[in-house]
Design a protein around this ligand. Structure first.
Ligand code: GAP
Length: 460
């Protein structure tokens, strides 16, 4: 059994973004896209560990938003659809940012991001073109003829898929109000400023839910979803002091919104949006109704009325949540013998692996035993097996990728049929019999899972 010294110091500051970018690449969370061709601006590829976390994020969202609820169902709509959808939704007209060009260096800048009258690239003062609106939708051509009739768009939000399928879903599921339609999938925006790694990119993944309710109940549901969504981030283990709810000012509101609250995260560069919870009123159903000529209403069998439901929409980004988890969980600790250890203190549910199985060495008797133990564990937990390099180095590697527990198989195991389970955060080790291994792991993981406050304990 390898002994380690407990931590004596722990940095409380957030890591620099470069530290996270470098860890992400070194360990296989996120790589720059097309790196062998010099990369491609603001495009990233997810590696073996990144995809595990993304999958967990999506599954936890789907679990809490769809599977655990009676009132929400899921869909998957097309990314490229009839362009009239974007006419009706307002995205063709108003989904744009104001752009100016620097007359000296030709830099293209978002007018609303300009601080003072100086070009952020070359420092020239007051030398800009007039601002013009730049539509953020990514355009493409459908079919072999490149004319206007073939123009289509990659969806800038998944939400419209739910509105255009409102009637279909309602008819096939016979859901009564209030009910929601949820979707996870890629969205695309031709963002002008892409910054902060995967925080804002042109291709990203959204998890959105449109909750249809009676207009007179909509404010109550808005408040319900603000609390419920905040609880979900506590479940992911994001530290509560790094989360806050902020209501939009009137001038910030999107074209469809009559009220939005953002769940924000404290980053080193300031507070940033993690998820928007918008009150979309009847905007989308009314727009699609008038553009398509189809009546998109709900018939209430109790009152015999046709009503246009109002919509509350929690909208989150998978990539941004992943970045937030890496930053929030990152710790550098100085151990008693003066070594620095990097630990990702991820909650077990969002760690790429829950447990690592490590034979003390590549000894020919230890390896087959360790592999057998791994076979016992792997059907039940997300696990890794590693026998390369020294045990100390392997503990460090698992700490750095956030694996909460490690099973060590040593020479005593061959005699006593027991293994050591090491805890990532405390580095404490306990000895457990092999025939109780899955039970012991499950118990310890449950203890490490963050406590989620009840709805009435949340104040927003
Ligand atoms: N349907 C409403 C909607 O799309 P949004 O606030 O524009 O609202 C929702 O997007 C979430 O999607 C954001 O809170 C963010 O997490 C994610 N998101 C939006 N644009 C993004 C981008 N360019 N890169 C990464 N994530 C993005």
């Amino acid at each position: 059994m390898a002994s380690e010294s407990p931590n004596i110091e722990q940095s409380e500051d957030q890591p620099a973004l470069e530290t996270i970018v470098s860890l992400a690449k070194r360990r296989g969370f996120v790589y720059p896209s097309a790196e062998i061709y010099g990369g491609f601006a603001a495009s990233y590829d997810y590696g073996p560990l990144g995809v595990e976390i993304k999958r967990q994020i999506r599954d936890l969202w789907w679990q809490s938003m769809v599977r655990e609820r009676e009132d929400i169902v899921g869909i998957e709509a097309a990314i490229i659809t009839n362009p009239r959808v974007w006419e009706a939704s307002g995205h063709l007209d108003v989904f744009s940012d104001p752009l100016i060009d620097c007359l000296k260096c030709n830099a293209r800048i978002r007018a609303d991001h300009l601080e003072g009258n100086q070009c952020p690239e070359c420092g020239a003062e007051d030398q800009f073109t007039e601002a013009r609106e730049f539509n953020l939708m990514l355009r493409t051509q459908v079919g072999p003829v490149e004319d206007d009739s073939a123009t289509a768009y990659l969806r800038p939000e998944t939400a419209q898929g739910m509105f255009i399928n409102f009637e279909n879903v309602q008819t096939t599921t016979r859901k009564r109000l209030p009910f929601g339609i949820a979707q996870i999938g890629k969205s695309f925006r031709n963002e002008i400023t892409t910054k902060q790694f995967i925080f804002r990119t042109r291709e990203f993944e959204q998890m959105e839910m449109e909750f249809f309710c009676r207009p007179e109940e909509s404010l109550e549901w808005h408040s319900y979803w603000k609390k419920e969504r905040l609880r979900w981030y506590y479940r992911l283990g994001i530290r509560s002091e790094n989360l806050r709810m902020r209501d939009h000012d009137a001038e910030e509101l999107s074209h469809y919104s009559s009220g939005t609250s953002d769940i924000e995260v404290r980053y080193r560069w300031g507070w940033g949006e993690l998820e928007g919870i918008a009150h979309r009123g009847d905007y989308d159903l009314s727009q699609h109704s008038s553009h398509s000529g189809k009546k998109l209403t709900y018939f209430d069998p109790d009152t015999n009325e046709h009503i246009v439901p109002h919509v509350i929409e929690p909208a989150a980004g998978v990539d941004r949540i992943l970045l937030t988890l890496l930053i929030d969980a990152y710790n550098e600790e100085t151990t008693a013998n003066g070594e620095t250890r990097t630990v990702l203190k991820l909650a077990p549910e969002v760690a790429p692996a829950e447990i690592a199985v490590l034979p003390l060495s590549r000894n020919e008797r230890l390896v087959p035993t360790a592999k057998k133990i791994h076979d016992l564990i792997r059907p039940h937990f997300r696990s890794q097996y590693d026998d390369a390099q020294s045990i100390g180095r392997r503990y460090r590697r698992q700490d750095e990728i956030g694996t909460p527990l490690a099973v060590t198989v040593d020479f005593d195991t061959l005699d006593d049929d027991a293994v050591t389970i090491r805890d990532r955060d405390t580095m404490e080790q306990i000895r457990v019999p092999i025939n109780k291994i899955n039970e012991s792991i499950a118990n310890r993981l449950a203890e490490l899972t963050p406590h989620v406050p009840e709805m009435d304990e949340i104040n927003v």
